[in-house]
Design a protein around this ligand. Sequence first.
Ligand code: ATP
Ligand code: LTN
Length: 341
Amino acid sequence: MENQAVQTTEKKKETVFSAIQPSGAITLGNYLGAIRNWVRMQESGDYHCIYALADLHTITVRQEPAQFRKNVIDMYASILACGVDVEKAPFFIQSHNPNHAVMAWILDCYTQFGELSRMTQFKDKSAKHADNINAGLFTYPSLMAGDILLYQADKVPVGADQKQHIELTRDIANRFNSIYGNVFKIPEGFIPKDGARVMSLQNPLNKMSKSDENVNGYVLLTDPDNVIMKKFKRAVTDSEAKVRYAEGKEGINNLMSIYSAVTGLSFEQIEHDFDGKGYGDFKTAVGEAVIAEIAPIRKRYEEYLKDKKYLEECYRKSDEFAIRYSSRTVEKAMKKIGFVK
Ligand code: ATP
Ligand code: LTN
């Protein structure tokens, strides 16, 4: 009887899927916008969570092989240090599951050229890498759609910049389902209220990004405490010297959003607490709050990096799960299309 009750609740759990590219170290933006929610959803016990390192996506931009290999392991260790626990949520390496490449090809054939041309990430990245506008960069969203649809995900925790890709995923899935019946679950983006779009500390009109050429624009989870503090002290603000959230004060708005995301305080409370105080005091407070959040992650990261065998055990186990789980979806989709078994 009790067992049955457990099974019924298990059945109701929604599936969560998300991934991150191993294109360098994790920024505060990645953490607040995405990874922190991965961990919260895993810990809530309300979801069946599956996470991946999207290394197939990363080769849309040319990688130096030794550095790429190192980035994958470093990023894997960082995500575990943030709190992803493979006993609760498998965390696998995308390229270890061949179903992703197969599904990407299938979905390419159900995605329109016009749809892909409208993707802002494609436009941004092709402007940035004008010497290498490869077909993979263009079809990247159907690889991403496949990642999500393979696991029949209900919710996809990501930062605001991925909203357009999630919408395209839904369109592709609906198109496929309207031809072949219910093959794919239609997923929804899960974009946090705070931290969905952390901006650069040097140019608060641009999102914080690890590929920014100005290292002072981003905070990395691996930055030592003094470096984090220095980056916040140098953050670009305005000349009003008043801590309040307002249009035209993008630098302060960004610092307030970061502070609010890390401490849980509302903007009103922050304005009240810093009433009559200058930007110097506020920047120090933001730096301290971020250090308090990040320093323990950095320590765990250093520990994980010393144990490569453990990391390998974690991803091997997760890879196996991912292959098994996603094979059902690939087989179903291929059968519906009419491939001979
Ligand atoms: P790159 O700079 O190489 O384009 P990135 O830093 O934008 O990379 P991704 O690997 O593309 O990072 O993103 C991983 C996750 O982090 C995604 O869910 C994305 O939405 C989220 N994310 C990225 N940047 C930010 C940001 N500045 N604020 C909030 N969330 C972010
Ligand atoms: N495209 C995402 C990373 C990514 C992803 C996914 C996110 C690849 N596959 C599936 C959510 C679900 C990015 O660059 N931020």
